[in-house]
Ligand binder design. Structure first.
Ligand SMILES: [Fe+2]
Length: 292
C-alpha cells in the first residue's frame, strides 16, 4: 500500500510541474480538482470514483509541460498556428503518462478533457456520452475556473456571469445534466470557498495593479515577502489573527516573482484526502499488478 501511495505522489508531483511553468494560474489545478470532486460527489458516485475524478482534475493539463512558454504564457489572442500547438497538450500528456503504473487512473481526464458534447472538441472529436464522465466533468470545471479567475491582463467573471455562460452552452460545449447540477451547486453557494482560492481556507490575495492573483503558500510565515506573478511587485504578508493581508513594500523582483512554489504540504493533504479509497478499491487489479 505504501508503494502505491508513493506512486500516487509522483502523479501529483508531475502535475505541480505544470503549475511551475505557468505562474499566472496559481491554484488552478487545486480548484479544478475541488470543483470536480464536488460535482462527482453530487452525482452520488462511489467514493473511489469521486476520488478518481478529483485526481483527474488535478492532472488534466499535464501535457502543457510540452507547450512552449511563448505560447503558454501569451496574454494576447493566439494565432491559428499557435492554437494548433496548444491543442497538442492532451496527447502530450497521454504520452508522458503512458507507462506510469497508475496511468489508467487519470488517462481519460488527461486525454479527453477538451472533447465537447457537440463533437467540436479535440483531439478526437468525440460526442456526447462517447466522452468519459471524468472528462466531461473536468472539461466543465476547467472552463468554469478559467472564466472566474483573474489574470494580470483581465478581470475574472463573477459567479453569476460564469454560470450564465455554462447555461448558454449546455448540450454544446458542456454536458447538459452535469452543467445543470453544477449551476445548482453554484447557486447554493457551494463553489464560493473554491473560487479565487489556492487551497482550503486560503484566498488569493490582491495585487494593487493586477488583481487577486497572489498565491499564499500555507507555510509562509508572518512578515515574509511575497511577489505578484504579474507585475513582480513585492508585498509583505501579515497574518492578523488568522486573516491574511498584504502591504506593498515598494520594489519589484521579477526573478523571485517567477519562482514557482513547491507545495509539499498540499500534496500530502491531497494524498490523504483523495488517495485512500482510490487505491484500496483498485485491489486486486492494481495492487496485485504492482506487488506481483
Ligand atoms: Fe487542457
Amino acid at each position: 500500500m505504501q508503494y502505491a501511495q508513493d506512486l500516487l505522489k509522483t502523479l501529483y508531483t508531475m502535475a505541480m510541474l505544470v503549475e511551475a511553468r505557468d505562474a499566472y494560474t496559481g491554484g488552478h489545478l487545486w480548484r479544478v480538482s475541488r470543483f470536480s470532486y464536488l460535482l462527482a460527489e453530487d452525482l452520488d458516485l462511489p467514493k473511489a470514483e469521486v476520488e478518481k475524478i478529483a485526481l483527474g482534475g488535478f492532472l488534466h493539463d499535464l501535457g502543457k509541460v510540452g507547450v512552449p512558454d511563448a505560447i503558454l504564457n501569451k496574454p494576447d489572442k493566439l494565432s491559428d498556428a499557435e492554437y494548433e500547438v496548444i491543442k497538442t497538450h492532451p496527447q502530450i500528456g497521454a504520452e508522458l503518462l503512458r507507462d506510469h503504473p497508475l496511468a489508467e487512473l487519470v488517462m481519460d481526464a488527461v486525454l479527453k478533457h477538451h472533447e465537447t458534447p457537440d463533437g467540436k472538441g479535440y483531439p478526437q472529436g468525440l460526442q456526447g456520452e462517447q466522452i468519459p464522465l471524468v472528462a466531461r466533468i473536468v472539461g466543465l470545471t476547467d472552463a468554469f475556473d478559467a472564466m472566474t479567475s483573474t489574470r494580470p491582463y483581465r478581470q475574472g467573471m463573477s459567479l453569476e456571469q460564469a454560470l450564465a455562460i455554462v447555461q448558454d452552452h449546455l448540450g454544446s460545449q458542456f454536458d447538459r445534466v452535469l452543467g445543470e447540477r453544477f449551476i445548482k451547486l453554484g447557486q447554493a453557494g457551494h463553489l464560493n470557498n473554491i473560487i479565487s482560492h489556492s487551497e482550503p481556507g486560503i484566498p488569493l490575495q490582491h495585487c494593487a495593479a493586477c488583481g487577486p492573483i497572489i498565491v499564499i503558500p500555507r507555510a509562509v510565515a508572518d512578515g515574509a515577502e511575497l511577489f505578484c506573478p504579474g507585475c513582480a511587485s513585492a508585498y509583505r504578508l501579515s497574518r492578523q489573527g488568522g486573516r491574511l493581508a498584504l502591504s506593498p513594500v515598494g520594489y519589484t523582483n521579477p526573478a523571485k516573482a517567477r519562482r514557482p512554489r513547491a507545495d509539499a504540504g498540499l500534496i500530502s493533504d491531497l494524498l490523504h484526502e483523495f488517495g485512500q479509497e482510490l487505491l484500496v478499491s483498485r485491489k486486486p487489479s492494481l495492487l496485485g499488478r504492482l506487488f506481483g
